[in-house]
Design a protein around this ligand. Sequence first.
Ligand SMILES: Cc1cc2nc3c(=O)[nH]c(=O)nc-3n(C[C@H](O)[C@H](O)[C@H](O)COP(=O)(O)O)c2cc1C
Length: 421
Amino acid sequence: MKHSKNDESLEARISPLAKKTIVLGISGGIAAYKACDIASRLRQAGANVHAVMTQSAKEFITPLTLQTMTRNPVHCEQFDTAAEWKPEHIELAAKADLILVAPATANIIGKLAQGICDDLLTTIILASKARIMIAPAMNPRMLEHPATQRNLNVLENIYRYSIIPPEVGEVACGDWGAGKMAQVETIVAEVTAELVSGRSLAGRQIIITGGGTREPIDPVRFIGNRSSGKMGVAMADAAYSRGADVTLISTVEVDRPYPVVHVETAFEMQEAVESEFDNCDALVMTAAVADFRPMAVSAQKIKKTESEDIVLELTKNPDILDLLGRVKKPTQVIIGFAAESEELLSNAAQKLHRKNLDVIVGNDITVPDIGFGSDENAVVILSADGGKENLPRMPKRAIAEHLCDLLSERFMEMEEAPVAK
Ligand SMILES: Cc1cc2nc3c(=O)[nH]c(=O)nc-3n(C[C@H](O)[C@H](O)[C@H](O)COP(=O)(O)O)c2cc1C
């Protein structure tokens, strides 16, 4: 029987993960018991879930429990002669649409960061081209350890990997701090978003800016700001995974499969954005561009002088959003960001209209622990058509996915009601 469009959308709502194969990797941490709940929810959402356990994971939960939850055989052994002729790591690696490791121990994170594959799970991950999502869970001191932080950083910078950040709370051993695995609902939502987002931006040229500009004072000093560039990278990754032709123009260097143009100053950023803008469908300006720069840049390092004070004269930088908002074609979409320390809503709304933007994403920089430098943020999104949405604290990648949804909706509207070019 042929499905009607309505049947399809009903199925999509009831089983959003239908026809998706997920390899659920479970490593040896106390949170392993939560993997049963994750497996069950992913299966209920329609996914074909294959659990792969490390030897340590079997100390915490039994393969039998996971087999019942996934309704599939559980895989633990790398050298299993009972398996099909094709090694399991190749079979599962090729089959997976996504690999989720939850919980991910400090050990497995370290192994993955180094490319070590000494068991079935790590070997499958290395042999796969699927997207890999990692949900770390460990004691706060283990998470804080520079080795773990370095390993997480390595994985974050490999395009296929994304980290579902652990939460702050009381961990199983009684200690308090960051290290608690993200909630099951969050993990399932992130996996679902990743798998259903599809290629809704295929063929769209999207420019994304990121990071904070550095305005030189002399050869060693500059005026900068606290922007880490993480929102720009999250936005570029999200748009790229939906099929967009992405160019990231950023003050932070990252290794990505799409073009990344490295710039330092507001002028360099302006030049790079303007050279691409005419051909783009959308510009997303997450970068924190300095409003002012030193009037004169000293050719030599400024020396300590007899006098106690020196005066630095500043002059205004070009306002890239304002300039491009004026020349924007009706077929182009511009999304701006407003980091405000007061009157968030009214300042963001004014900026939206004054600069002729389609959407503005405002965040209150006085809220501790989120925004600059963090992997998370809480934002308000205002649209030129009067729309307003509050997104509570969530990973920047989730905010980026939301903005990608807005972009694809806008492009779809444009196609349905073509605007003059
Ligand atoms: C009771 C107990 C709880 C543990 N919980 C964790 C944990 O939550 N996170 C973690 O990284 N390691 C934890 N460990 C240590 C890991 O089990 C250990 O590093 C092991 O080698 C991990 O192996 P795997 O990564 O191959 O699963 C725990 C160990 C014990 C004995």
